[in-house]
Design a binder for this molecule. Structure first.
Ligand code: HAM
Length: 413
């Protein structure tokens, strides 16, 4: 009988088969990032609302519409974190990490929350893996991080991945371009979607992201920022591209690429997967050279990315097979359940996976259960001795009581 309760809209339970795949993804990421010197960090699941308002930006969809914000009993406004970069910058400042050797390279994994309209690949609680390098403006850092995400997706086996690359220039340099873009948008006001129209002043770049035909047609003719880059911005972008080319990381320049957070400067990138529907971005990120200052610190350039674990899983499309068990320790008529439990514990100490019956089944029932849980071998204890049964071949042979553990561990390979 199912209960009247269900997981809240936009959330889901991670059942064991999917949990195995997640674990593999997280382990792969942890290993790849650790080898490159990114150290794990964890920040709270909620923060002061103002951190996101200031960090992510008032005019973004995230802050305008998608935050889970609540007041605590002390009257503070808190928000379930919609993303991880602003919290990590907050932690960087709070713990004086600017005094450490720079850059500070960090990695993280955990749940994030956005009140979006749920659909495949878009949830209200989802999980990100991320990496940030804080305290470097070197294009080497951009290329390193992009290369690491490419390596990670390849190692996990995500098919059909494409990397799109763009640059937003530095904040000052962008102003002139934004004026030019606003002028273009105003000249075509009547053809724009209402939302885009309303944000001409606050966030004209988002017009590149609109999916209505009118706005798209206007944007096809709009001036593009990557074509306007000058001086150090242009050099930085050229350097990142050159480094990616040299490392064999395939990428396409996308002059219309924009991201849903306001803190980006210079390099932005997006890994998309052709196996996914509308929510095709697996992971993305970029430089955020102004964010630490925005949060009250000294100017500190930084770059990073985050990838969505659920989207990686959707792209993989298959779940890991349950790992099976090495040994099931069964008891025959006259055998002692207590002895089985001790033998199983010893086998586990020796490094094997071993289980016993916990439901009072007869021998036949135990063998059936061992088969259902994928046990490769069953050790059957009876009053006098023990038999070892290979579940694949059905072969059964006696094992000497004094050598039980050695025989089983030895026969494992
Ligand atoms: P983001 O693009 O907003 O960037 O999110 C990163 C990834 O999280 C997306 O590419 C997507 O895979 C996943 N994601 C986002 N929203 C959802 C959702 N509602 N359901 C499922 N998956 C989702 C950031 O969050 C930045 N903090 C990335 C970054 C790090 N930039 C610099 N450093």
């Amino acid at each position: 009988m199912s209960s009247k309760f269900q997981a809240p809209r936009g959330t889901f339970d991670v059942l064991p088969a999917a949990a195995m795949t997640r674990r593999r993804i997280e382990h792969t990421a942890a290993a790849i990032l650790a080898r490159a010197g990114y150290e794990p960090i964890a920040t709270p699941s909620f923060e002061d609302t103002e951190l996101f308002e200031r960090g992510v930006g008032h005019s973004t969809d995230i802050v305008r519409k998608e935050m889970f914000t609540f007041e605590d009993k002390g009257g503070r406004s808190l928000t379930l974190r919609p993303e991880g970069t602003a919290p990590i910058c907050r932690a960087y400042l709070e713990h004086g990490m600017q005094r450490l050797a720079q850059p500070v390279k960090l990695s993280y994994v955990g749940p994030f929350f956005r009140h979006e309209r749920p659909q495949a690949g878009r949830y209200r609680q989802f999980h990100q893996l991320g990496a940030e390098a804080i305290g470097t403006d070197s294009p080497l850092a951009d290329a390193e991080l992009i290369g690491l995400l490419a390596e990670l997706l390849a190692e996990i086996g995500v098919p059909g991945v494409e990397l799109r690359l763009g640059s937003l220039g530095s904040l000052d340099a962008r102003q002139a371009y934004l004026e030019e873009l606003r002028a273009h948008l105003r000249a075509h006001e009547g053809e724009l979607a209402r939302e885009v129209h309303e944000r001409i002043d606050a966030n004209p770049l988002r017009a590149f992201d609109a999916d209505d035909e009118g706005t798209r047609a206007v944007m096809a003719e709009a001036p593009k920022l990557v074509e306007r880059l000058e001086g150090e911005d242009a050099e930085h972008f050229a350097e990142v591209r050159g480094l990616l080319d040299a490392a064999g990381v395939e990428h396409a320049i996308d002059p219309t690429l924009v991201r849903g957070l306001d803190y980006y400067t210079r390099t932005i990138f997006s890994f998309v997967c052709d196996r996914l529907g509308a929510q095709s971005e697996i992971g993305g990120g970029g430089r955020y050279d102004g964010l630490i200052e925005q949060l009250g610190g000294k100017p500190t350039p930084a770059v990073g990315w985050a990838a969505g674990i659920e989207r990686i899983m959707l792209a993989l499309e298959e779940e890991e097979a349950a790992p099976g068990r090495d040994v099931f320790v069964a008891v025959a008529e006259g055998g002692e359940a207590r002895r089985a439990a001790l033998v199983a514990a010893e086998l586990r100490q020796a490094g094997l996976s071993a289980e016993v019956d916990l439901a009072g089944r007869g021998l036949k029932g135990q063998l059936k259960h061992a088969d259902r849980i994928g046990a490769r071998r069953v050790l059957i204890l009876d009053s006098g001795g023990a038999q070892l049964r290979d579940m694949a071949s059905g072969e059964q042979r006696p094992v000497e009581a004094s050598k039980l553990i050695e025989e089983i561990v030895g026969g494992q390979a």
